[in-house]
Write a protein that binds this ligand. Structure first.
Ligand SMILES: Cc1cc2nc3c(=O)[nH]c(=O)nc-3n(C[C@H](O)[C@H](O)[C@H](O)COP(=O)(O)OP(=O)(O)OC[C@H]3O[C@@H](n4cnc5c(N)ncnc54)[C@H](O)[C@@H]3O)c2cc1C
Ligand code: FES
Length: 375
């Protein structure tokens, strides 16, 4: 992964971190504060970037790899001596109680506590607050607020000179994380405006104190609170939120080049209707004796496709091959590689396929024949 060489705390591969603190932010979101076990310097990061975790969860035969955004400003916690993540517990899909709940998020909530150690891949990600002094609108849905909190806190740390609108949509007060923190920033900084929209306010939720509007975030709301066409727009939230707001912003007249976004979640979440989700997207049994070989040319590594990995990206990681990724779900194109020889197929229908025929998203692909990939 391309990281700045002037980042002294940066590490390659995984590093062990210890959970220093755990704090409940709402009924569904809990924050975890991490310090490096070796006591060495921390890698710097940009507001909006994330860490990736390799988890060995008891009862699961395969390592689980998940990314979580750093949810405070880079200099925020004890002068940058702790990392904070804020993780939403993912339940089983509605109406499908037999489907297991989210593996990683529930593991964090139920089994990771103060003193737990975690294997962590260094901060990365292309979704971060760009430098500048123009207005910024941070639009988030649900737990998509984590990069926005990092960006908001960073803007305040930098002197709060840049006008910023923090606009957040969430189900109701029970799921609302960081509410008092954001409100306090808005009350104490003239440049910070906050607007909170509850889909369906609960009986204890008070308009004007806990939330500002009910329903969904709309362009009419943005106009009303003064967020204009000249701002940079940052979006993060569940797929319907992203689809609706991205389209609405463009129809309103916001230039494409001013809209930055990040999808959270694996392909299962992006697929939409839970019923569409294949129980096992990569049928291991059929691949185990495939005899297929995969060459990662940039690393000069050739390995068998032997059924232990679900995707080419996982195969690369399992063999210590350095490969870029972000969303791991066929959306962001960070993992695109050149297919020099052979054929691949995608394991889900929602991959946003690259325009160039020889480009492959290795996070979502498996080989059909022997293949040679280059970076
Ligand atoms: C760049 C990035 C940053 C992120 N930042 C954050 C963050 O700051 N905070 C945060 O909370 N999350 C964040 N995420 C999302 C996070 O990485 C995980 O995707 C999320 O926690 C869910 O993982 P899980 O292992 O708990 O759930 P999974 O095990 O992946 O399951 C996801 C959902 O699918 C359901 N499911 C599983 N199997 C099936 C099946 N066979 N059929 C039907 N349904 C099924 C589960 O019940 C669950 O509801 C981020 C993701 C990315 C890519
Ligand atoms: S990592 Fe995002 S498309 Fe592959």
């Amino acid at each position: 992964m391309s990281e700045p060489i002037d980042n002294p705390g940066h590490w390659k591969g995984t590093r062990t971190f210890v959970v220093d603190r755990k704090e409940v932010e709402s009924q569904t979101v809990t924050s975890f504060y991490l310090r490096p076990e070796d006591g060495g310097p921390m890698a710097a990061y940009k507001p909006g970037q994330f860490l990736t975790f390799q988890l060995n969860i008891p009862g699961l035969d395969k390592q689980v790899v998940r990314s979580y955004t750093l949810s405070d400003s880079p200099g925020g916690l004890e002068d940058g001596k702790l990392y904070r993540l804020s993780i939403k517990r993912e339940p089983s899909p509605r109406g499908m109680p037999d489907v297991p709940p989210g593996a990683s998020s529930n593991y964090f909530h139920d089994h990771v506590g103060v003193g737990s150690t975690l294997q962590v891949i260094a901060p990365t990600g292309d979704f971060f607050l760009a430098d500048g002094d123009g207005p910024v609108v941070l639009l988030s849905g649900g737990v998509g607020l984590t990069p926005m909190i990092s960006m908001l806190n960073h803007l305040v740390d930098q002197g709060a000179a840049r006008p910023v609108w923090f606009v957040h949509g969430v189900q109701n007060g029970t799921e609302h994380a960081f509410g008092p923190h954001v409100r306090q920033l808005a009350e104490t900084h003239a440049s910070v405006r906050a607007h909170v929209v509850y889909v369906e306010p609960g009986p204890g939720d008070v308009k004007g104190r806990d939330f500002d509007d009910a329903g969904f975030i709309t362009i009419e709301m943005l106009e009303r609170i003064g967020a204009g066409l000249g701002a940079d727009y940052y979006l993060c939230g569940p797929p319907p939120f992203m689809q609706a707001l991205y389209t609405a912003l463009r129809d309103w007249g916001v230039d494409d080049t001013r809209i930055f976004y990040e999808f959270f979640g694996p392909a299962t979440v992006l697929k939409g209707a839970p019923g569409d989700i294949p129980a096992n997207p990569a049928p291991h049994g059929t691949q185990a004796a495939s005899g297929i070989e995969v060459t990662f040319k940039w690393a000069e590594v050739t390995v068998p496709w032997d059924g232990t990995s679900d995707t080419l990206l996982e195969l690369a990681e399992a063999h210590g091959v350095d490969a870029d990724f972000s969303c791991r779900s066929g959306v962001c194109h960070t993992c695109a590689c050149t297919l020099m020889e052979g054929e691949i197929e995608y394991i889900n229908d929602d991959v946003f396929e690259p325009d160039e025929a020889d480009q492959v998203l290795i996070c979502s692909a498996i080989p059909k024949t022997n293949i040679v990939l280059d970076s």
